[in-house]
Structure formats: structure tokens, C-alpha cells
Design a protein around this ligand. Structure first.
Ligand code: SF4
Length: 708
């Protein structure tokens, strides 16, 4: 079935997918989910084509352009179907033997941490779990992290600090449609996950108001009742200014603050100096607009504050999210039916991928690897001694930056990620990868990172495999196999088994996703992200189950899952949410005479993450063929740049080129580049947030010039 025109054209909201709505599955269809973003839209796959499902509330019959065309990659001629050893096809045994022998040799010389593992936020829960176990049990290395560190880690750190739990949206997505006011800070959902917009549209149709915080007049900002056009890197100051106004204008919910929170007095003192005029000077947002935003949120019966990467991908991202959470708590929103704070998670399994052990400091169930009780529990499930489990390792950028250095890992096994495009200061990252003694990449196409690898394992894609994904609501969903994989391709679980077996512990690494999920259930039992009461059968019958969902004793009613975990208490030891004082600070790199403009980066509708998949799908490359540089007409005139010119953008780390797009939707001091192509991340700043270790993707200082 061809996508309807409205889903593939350049216009924004209509492509949210008012495509053909199926009330019943097509004959022979597999009910599964889109391979891309965290909305995890439900879809059927039949005869190699997709149609949307109506039973999944996140999309309820809608898909975006990426979802409609997702099946095109399944039989792409660019598909890898044989392992590659230094670029030449070899047998699976030859490739696996080579990798295992190199791992043994490198670890014999450099110790267990001589080999590192890098995962991805798009991997199923089963793969993410198995990857964490593989690193700690088969390799006994502490050196594992994943690209989700570049995505939601600041929101996760702030939510853990405030609520004792990080679940992207701690309420069903349909609650948004029933709200009276929503503030979206740094989330361009109309471009990144269009079917999300239907929930905002429903909210506005019911009389609700939408506030968008963004330096650009994005497709989402165009929908807003109020657009706060903040200077890049100053969202934290904006949140402080809003909180100052909320307190001064009497919108603080004193009863709620006294009953359900701690720390308000310190926060009130800390924002007392953030006069609206000061906030206006720092952020560029007029005082009147700030007051209006607070008035909308403060007067709403049900209000939500949601953050996205625009507010989070900064060297102060954790504090920025904390400031928005402080505002939400002061207004009495989190833990109230129909209100709350949430993070709009980005990657396909961005939520589940951060729960089950592929993070440097984590064990399954959102447990801390440094916690003795957590180590004992997980070690018992894995059949090893707690003493044999390594401790925490390096965070994602620190790990990539250490590769091949005297004290860093000499080998990297990489699954579901393309850091040559997606990591900050990408030129430096490519140099580090090139310096390794061994680079192994598992992918289904020859991504830019795979092209550098000593060994490439060709792996299965979404529709060729089974597994679970956890969407941005914390709803655990079932990915079903719709088509057989091509001959010569294996699943990541099979690849992990193949290496582990050669290292002498294959029996600990089942290849059946159901068997892995059964083990994951036990490993997560009693943890924050408790999946022990969830089964594949329940997910299928209930169109998803919200975690936490603990197992019950035989004969008891199953736990129903937890759509709204904070209604009665927060997950902190005392049950209260914590307000934490935070202070604004400038971007890690401010503009100056040499680099006089801000660069901000982000996504476009037609592409996903590093573009390794979507840049190989014809309708998507036709819709969005190349990297561009968006700039304001005033700036273009000053620099004698006209639309369509090639523009070179320079930062302290490198240079990149793109085609000029000139429009008035961006601030005159700011340029925008999408990061799906080689380019934008050659420029970005790897300065890290001290808590989350999130790099500062969203702002750096650049200069630009027309290419002769
Ligand atoms: Fe839905 Fe995201 Fe897939 Fe688009 S990319 S169809 S919004 S899951």
C-alpha cells in the first residue's frame, strides 16, 4: 500500500499520518512496531508493506513518512548478507573465530578492560540486556556504554534526582490530549515524531494551550499558542525566570509542596535573584511572554511540562531539566492525575535501552552496579560470583575518546550505533576508532562506522526478529517477526552467543529472545524497572504493559502494571519529590570574534538518528537529500549568501559544508544543521554534563562562509 500523499509531502502536521485506518489486521499480517523512534507506532507488516495499527494509543492509526517506508530497507541491495573480514566476505566461523582469538590476545596483554562494548538505544530490551551481561560475564570488562547517553541521559539523571525514578512519561500519552496546558521545552515533535502531534491537537481542540520553547520557529512552534524563542544554551535561565514569576505571582501550590515535596525553601531562595528582566536579558525571551507562559500553566487544572533534547543536550542538561522539574513541582503537577513532568524520549528503545544494563554504571532493572545488593541479585541470576562483576566504566564519549590511548581499550565491539556520524567531535572519534587494534561492528548495512571495522557481522532487522521495546510512556511492547531474515544474516543474540561460546561460556547466552526475556524478568525483579510480571503473552493481549509490573505469588491476580507511578508517592526513600537548587551558567563555548554565531543541531522529518537506515530509503532521500545550513535572511545578506549556495561552517573542532537555506524562522545569531549526515557533528562540542555525561550537542560557537 502506498502512503497517502499527506504523509509524504513537505507539510508538517498532516503527515502525522491520517493514513488509511485499519480496524482489523490484514490477512497474514504481523502486528509489530516501527523500527525508528520512541513513539514506537504500532504497524502491521504484510507482503513487505506496512499499514498502521489502531490499537496502540501512541499512534492510533497514524504513521509518519519514516514509518510508512520502513519496509523498504528489508530487501535493500545495500543489505549485508555475509560477515566481512577487512572488507572481504568470509564464513561466520571464520569471522567469529577471528574475533574471539583477537579478544583473547588483547585481553591477555591489556587485561579485561582492553576490550570495550558500545550499544544502542534502538536495540530490543533482550539485546540490551544480553549486551550488558556479555560485557560483564563473557568479557569481564567494565568498559560498556551506549549511544543513549547522547540522547536522554540528562532527563534521566534529573528525574532520578527528583522522583527517584526515570520513566520518560510517567503517565499514558493519551493524558496529554486531556490536559489544559502543555509546555514543550526543546522538543520538535512535529518533525521528529509526527503522530505525537495528534495528542497536542486533541488538547488544543478541547481548549488547551500549547507553549513551545525553542530557538527556532519549528513546525511544532508554529502550532503553539505561545512560542518562547530562547537564545541557544539559555533554557536553564528561562526555567529559573519562569519559576521566579510563578512564586512571585502566587501560582505555587503550597499544600502540594508541603505534603509531597522537599527542598522548596532552598529553591525559592535560589531563584529569588532571577528577576524576569534578568532572565529576559540572558534568554532573549520578553518578560511579557514569560508571564503569559506562567499564567497559562498556573491557571490550568491539568498541566504538563515536557522536555526534549533541545533543553537536555547541554553540558548543563541535568540542571536545566531539574529547573523545569522544579517549576512543575512548584505548580503541583507531578503525581497528579492528568498533570505532570515528562521527557519526550527519542530513540526507538530509548526507555528500555537505559534500564537493563548497557549503561556503564548499571545492572538490569535500573539497578546501580555499585550497589552490593544489586550485584548479589544479578550475579545470582547470571550464575557468577558478585565479586567477579566489574565496577562502573567510562561514559559513552569518554569511552570513545579513550579508545586506542595508552590507558584505554584496544578493541571495541559495537552494536546498533554509528558514532562516526552521531558522536560529538566526530572527527576525533573517527581517529580514535581508527587507532584500535580491533573494531567489530554488527549492522545490517555498511554504515560509516562499519566501513572502518576489521570485522562486520550482518545482522537481522526489526521485522525479521522478535523482542520487546519500551516506548516513551514506559509501555513494554512486543516486536513480532513478520518476515524471515535473508540467508547469511544472524541476530545480535546469535552473534553474542557465537563469541561467548568461543570464549568458553556460550551456555550462558541463549539466542531465543523469549528465553532472554524470561531471564531479564528475573534479573529485573525487585529493581526500579521491574519487568518480572510481564510476559510476551500479556503484552500481546493487553497491547503493552507499563512497568513497574512485579511478579505475584501463584494464584494471585497478576499485577496490572503501572501507568501512573507517582499518584500516591514518588519513588524516593521518603516518597517525596525533591526540589534541587540549580544555577544558570553560560554554554561551555560562547560566541566570540572568531566564532560569532551559535550552531544548534537537530533532526528533520525524513531521517532518523545517524541516517544509516533512512539515507538508504529512496522516498526519504528524495524528500530530504542532503545536509543543509539554515540561517536568517539578515545573516545571509551580511555574509552575501543566497539560498542554494554551498556554505562552510567552522568550529574549533572542524569544518562542514551544506546547502544554504535562508528563512526567518531562526534567530539572526544562530544557524541550524541536521545531524543525519556527516557534517554537523564534526563541529559539535564534546563538553560533558558533570552528572549525566551528556555532551553539549545543542550549542557551540561557529563561523560560516560561502564556498566559492
Ligand atoms: Fe511513529 Fe516514530 Fe516510526 Fe514515525 S518514526 S512512524 S513517529 S515510531
Amino acid at each position: 500500500m502506498k502512503p497517502p500523499e499527506s504523509t509524504i509531502g513537505p507539510m508538517p502536521i498532516s503527515l502525522s499520518a491520517e493514513g488509511p485506518v485499519m480496524s482489523r489486521p490484514p490477512v497474514g499480517a504481523a502486528a509489530t512496531h516501527c523500527p525508528y523512534c520512541a513513539l514506537q507506532c504500532g504497524m502491521y507488516v504484510v507482503d513487505g508493506e506496512v499499514t498502521p495499527r489502531t490499537d496502540i494509543p501512541a499512534n492510533a492509526g497514524g504513521l509518519c513518512q519514516k514509518g510508512w517506508t520502513a519496509a523498504e530497507l528489508l530487501d535493500s541491495p545495500e543489505r549485508l548478507t555475509s560477515p566481512l573480514l577487512r572488507g572481504s566476505p568470509v564464513s561466520w566461523d571464520e569471522a567469529l573465530d577471528f574475533v574471539a582469538a583477537r579478544i583473547r590476545a588483547i585481553q591477555a596483554k591489556h587485561g579485561p578492560d582492553g576490550v570495550a562494548v558500545f550499544g544502542g538505544g534502538g536495540l530490543t530490551n533482550e539485546k540490551a540486556y544480553q549486551l550488558g551481561k556479555f560485557a560483564r560475564v563473557a568479557l569481564r570488562t567494565s568498559q560498556i556504554d551506549y549511544n543513549g547517553r547522547f540522547c536522554m541521559s540528562s532527563a534521566a539523571a534529573a528525574a532520578n534526582r527528583a522522583f527517584g525514578m526515570d520513566r520518560g512519561l510517567p503517565f499514558p500519552i493519551t493524558d496529554i490530549g486531556a490536559a489544559d496546558a502543555v509546555m514543550l521545552a526543546g522538543a520538535n515533535v512535529a518533525e521528529t515524531m509526527p503522530p505525537f502531534v495528534r495528542h497536542l491537537t486533541a488538547m488544543r481542540a478541547n481548549g488547551g494551550r500549547l507553549i513551545v520553547v525553542d530557538p527556532r520557529l519549528t513546525r511544532t512552534a508554529k502550532l503553539a499558542d505561545l512560542h518562547l524563542r530562547v537564545t541557544p544554551g539559555t533554557d536553564l535561565a528561562l526555567a529559573l525566570g519562569l519559576l521566579h514569576i510563578a512564586i512571585a505571582d502566587g501560582y505555587g501550590d503550597e499544600g502540594y509542596l508541603a505534603e509531597r515535596t522537599s527542598g522548596f525553601d532552598e529553591v525559592r531562595t535560589s531563584v529569588s535573584a532571577w528577576w524576569p528582566e534578568r532572565a529576559e536579558r540572558v534568554t532573549g525571551v520578553p518578560v511579557a511572554q514569560m508571564r503569559e507562559a506562567v499564567r497559562i500553566l498556573g491557571r490550568a487544572s491539568r498541566a504538563m511540562i515536557l522536555t526534549g533534547r533541545g533543553a537536555e543536550q547541554h553540558a548543563k542538561g541535568t540542571d536545566t531539566v531539574t529547573a523545569f522539574i522544579n517549576l512543575a513541582l512548584t505548580l503541583g503537577l507531578p503525581g497528579r492525575q492528568g498533570s505532570g513532568y515528562g521527557c519526550v524520549t527519542g530513540q526507538g528503545n530509548g526507555q528500555g535501552g537505559r534500564e537493563h544494563g548497557q549503561k556503564a554504571d548499571q545492572l538490569p532493572g535500573y539497578r546501580k552496579i555499585g550497589d552490593p545488593a544489586a550485584r548479589a541479585h544479578v550475579a545470582a541470576v547470571w550464575g557468577v560470583s558478585p565479586a567477579d562483576l566489574p565496577g562502573p566504566g567510562r561514559s559513552a564519549y569518554e569511552l570513545l575518546d579513550a579508545l586506542g590511548t595508552p590507558r584505554g581499550p584496544k578493541a571495541l565491539l559495537l552494536f546498533g550505533s554509528n558514532p562516526v556520524i552521531s558522536a560529538p567531535d566526530a572527527t576525533r572519534v573517527a581517529e580514535r576508532l581508527a587507532s584500535l587494534d580491533l573494531l567489530v561492528v554488527s549492522d545490517f548495512v555498511l554504515s560509516e562506522t562499519a566501513a572502518m571495522a576489521d570485522v562486520v557481522f550482518p545482522t537481522t532487522q526489526w521485522a525479521e526478529e522478535e523482542g520487546t521495546m519500551t516506548n516513551l510512556e514506559g509501555r513494554v511492547l512486543l516486536r513480532r517477526q513478520a518476515v524471515p531474515p535473508p540467508s547469511g544474516v544472524r541476530s545480535d543474540l546469535s552473534i553474542l552467543y557465537g563469541i561467548a561460546d568461543r570464549l568458553g561460556c556460550g551456555e550462558k547466552f541463549p539466542t531465543d529472545p523469549r528465553a532472554v526475556f524470561e531471564e531479564l524478568r528475573r534479573a529485573s525483579e525487585g529493581g526500579t524497572a521491574d519487568y518480572s510480571g510481564i510476559t510476551y503473552e500479556r503484552i500481546a493481549a493487553e497491547t503493552g504493559v507499563f512497568w513497574p509490573c512485579p511478579a505475584v505469588e501463584p494464584g494471585e491476580e497478576p499485577h496490572p502494571g503501572t501507568p501512573r507511578p507517582f499518584l500516591d508517592r514518588f519513588a524516593t526513600p521518603g516518597g517525596r519529590a525533591r526540589l534541587v537548587p540549580v544555577e544558570h551558567r553560560p554554554a561551555a563555548e560562547e560566541i566570540d570574534g572568531d566564532y560569532p554565531f551559535y550552531l544548534t543541531t537537530g533532526r528533520v522529518l525524513a531521517h532518523y538518528q545517524s541516517g544509516a537506515q533512512t539515507r538508504r530509503i529512496r522516498p526519504l532521500t528524495q524528500a530530504s537529500p542532503e545536509v543543509f545550513v539554515e540561517l536568517h535572511p539578515d545573516l545571509a545578506e551580511r555574509l552575501e549568501i543566497t539560498p542554494g549556495d554551498r556554505v562552510r561552517v567552522l568550529s574549533r573542532r572542524g569544518a562542514a559544508e551544506g546547502v544554504a537555506r535562508v528563512n526567518g524562522t531562526i534567530r539572526p545569531d544562530t544557524v541550524f544543521m541536521p545531524f543525519h549526515w556527516d557534517g554537523a557533528n564534526r563541529l559539535t562540542n564534546p563538553a560533558l554534563d558533570p552528572v549525566s555525561r551528556m555532551p553539549e550537542f545543542k550549542v557551540c560557537a561557529v563561523n560560516l562562509e560561502r564556498v566559492a
